[in-house]
Write a new protein. Sequence first.
Length: 318
Amino acid sequence: MRHFLDFEKPLAELEGKIEELRRTTDTGSVDLAEEVGTLQAKAEKLLASTYSKLTPWQKALVARHPDRPKCLDYVRALIDDFMPLAGDRAFAEDAAVIGGIGRFRGHSVVVMGTEKGTDTESRVKHNFGMAKPEGYRKARRLMELAGRFGLPILSFVDTSGAFPGIEAEARGQAEAIARAIEAGLDAPVPFVATIIGEGGSGGAIALAAADRVLMLEHSIYSVISPEGCASILWRDAAQASTAADALKLTAQDLSRLQLIDAVVPEPVGGAQRDPAAAMRAVADKVWSSLEPLLAQDAVTLRARRREKFLEMGKHGIA
């Protein structure tokens, strides 16, 4: 069953009518094919119109859409012979961060990402994509493993942020995130990160300190969630829409500010409407970003990556 967001209600009503007419036609009592075709064309036009003028807050809602493909969906679709690796070799396994070794278009790679889950059971298992220190230490271990064996790194980020619980802070959440960022910046191999849904705060950049950072068209990437920002600035989470406007968190904003490298187009209506097409687009863009990096040596990769992130402050001020 398709989920509709609040701003999609006119579309939901129209598609509901189309489904009713199709059921009537299927019974054989009357042929309504022409009416169905007319309404289908109207629905497609409405869908394209709606998604061509989304506000930042609406994009945030799309980025969180429950039907949007998740990290494990991308791994299954893009990575051959995937072998998962678990644990941080210090405390525990964290299912919010998945990772392992596989092959992407014939090249051995290390893959990692944040997984939100797709139903109640899997969301609880993966802690809604909010990693604890052991998750970021696992990511660091994977990046160091990639450097040791000369394997490019691919990451797929979809998290509202790091887990904010007391136990996570007690186990060194900030230090673990900082070390993961350090490992990304220091990796002697090509590194391509893709924001596939939400990119929230340090919890996202810990897996995205990469040579190339890509964002899907309707994904978001920000230092704080719109609700969190609104709660701090206005003491009112209901001001999330206003906060989203101010945060400049859309892929288009971040591309204009030169904080990301490319925006990956999504199917009309978002990745949730056609996950297979969205994942093919991501695969093509990841490969076009990764291929030129494969010819660069470790010294060049490190130097350019560090320079890239140091330049971000200048672009932001400008």
